[in-house]
Design a protein around this ligand. Structure first.
Ligand code: GLA
Length: 382
């Protein structure tokens, strides 16, 4: 990302200097749709993010320019001045969520640009929220802790963007650490950094470049199914607070009381919990075969039980299998975006060229390829 360019544009727009902040997008090795079920996730921040130049302007108005959308916008910090344009809504939401928690902030001028691919399942929106939550906390000396900064981003999604997401993306964006994945228990918010440097392997994303319509309403529907299944289980087992606390035996006891669809969703979530734990254990032993096997298991579950994959993602997963890739699966919320692949270095070029050619033949365009570099979380640059 060209920071000098961001500074130059800020100067052009506001005839002043801005302070530069950034927050990254994320990958997730395994543990998908588990965060809002009180389970484990295993994400890491990446070397692609959102960058913002910001200067406090002493008014109660926020003026912004988004380089990537070539859009200018302004809003006041009142609840009644909610902007309609997507993009500025995320920044507005962050401001309002900070204020709702009782902190005083004022207006600012900002220019935003980014290099997280949009709609690719790498959490560009969490990167945007975390950039502003982190920056405003710093510029106004609010003293908000990092967990709360992540929750501010999550609440922005819930209350201003219509997605009832979990905490994974914002957590990863705020807490990321170069060279490390983070295993987060989403029920307790306890987490651990795991050094991640699989010798002889590469982690690569293949981006289908499709984002299917209704992704956010389908996401919210998955969450409802899980909450429903959980409520039935909890009625018999009060110790079950989240679906991830449940076992398959408990789910089977209520099978006839819930819909077949809710059953499948819950079956996936319960299975995914064990897969994350297996992967963490295998990683510590350098057993990448088991890591990869569980990744394929997650893909199967997300495709057949949770039903958040799509033709393009399944196609890439099949090619990975054919090429002998160690592990491959749909990453993030689903309905498009990327597969994440753990591939032996000596198979890498063959896999990429086959995937590109076969995908092009079938869908009329090539997938984009991103090598994963695990990087630091939210920070002030200068
Ligand atoms: C999206 C959400 C996350 C998480 C993933 C699926 O990225 O924002 O909270 O639920 O989907 O694991």
């Amino acid at each position: 990302m060209e920071i000098q360019e961001l500074k130059r544009i800020f100067k052009q727009c506001f005839d002043a200097e801005g302070v530069i902040y950034t927050s990254p997008g994320r990958i997730n090795l395994i543990g998908e749709h588990t965060d809002y079920n009180g389970g484990f996730v295993f994400p890491g921040a990446i070397d692609k993010g959102i960058y913002a130049a910001i200067r406090l302007n002493g008014t109660d108005v926020v003026n912004g320019y988004s380089v990537d959308y070539d859009a200018r916008w302004s809003f006041s910090l009142e609840e009644s001045d909610r902007p309609r344009k997507s993009g500025s809504q995320y920044i507005y939401g962050v401001c309002r969520e900070i204020q709702k928690r009782g902190y005083q902030i004022g207006g600012f001028d900002t220019v935003v640009m980014g290099d997280v691919p949009l709609g690719a399942g790498m959490s560009s929106s969490a990167a945007l929220e975390s950039t502003f939550a982190f920056a405003l906390n710093d510029l106004f000396n609010l003293g908000i802790d990092k967990f709360e900064l992540a929750r501010i981003g999550q609440a922005t999604e819930h209350n201003y963007c219509g997605v009832k997401c979990g905490i994974m993306d914002q957590f990863a964006s705020v807490f990321g650490k170069a060279g490390h994945l983070m295993r987060l228990n989403c029920a307790t918010m306890e987490f651990e950094y795991f050094p991640f440097n699989p010798k002889g392997y590469k982690l690569v994303l293949l981006d289908t470049r499709v984002k299917h319509e209704l992704a956010s309403s389908a996401y919210n529907k998955r969450r409802e199914s899980c909450e429903n299944a959980c409520a039935y289980i909890a009625a018999r087992h009060p110790e079950v607070k989240y679906l991830s606390d449940a076992t398959m035996e408990m789910l089977n006891e209520i099978e006839t009381e819930i819909s077949a669809e809710d059953y499948m969703r819950a079956e996936y979530v319960i299975g995914e919990k064990q897969r994350v734990l297996d992967v963490c254990e295998a990683l510590e032993k350098g057993d990448y075969e088991t890591v990869g096997d569980r990744m394929y298991g997650t893909h199967y579950g997300m495709s057949k039980l949770y039903e958040v994959s799509c033709e393009e993602l399944d196609f890439l997963n099949d090619i990975a299998k054919e090429c002998g890739v160690t592990g491959s699966r749909v990453m993030g919320g689903g309905f498009g975006g990327c597969t994440i692949n753990l591939v032996k270095e000596n198979l890498y070029l063959d896999f990429i060229s086959k995937a590109k050619a076969q995908f092009l033949k079938k869908f009329g365009h090539e997938p984009r390829i991103y090598d994963v570099v695990i990087s630091d979380g939210a920070r002030r640059l200068e």
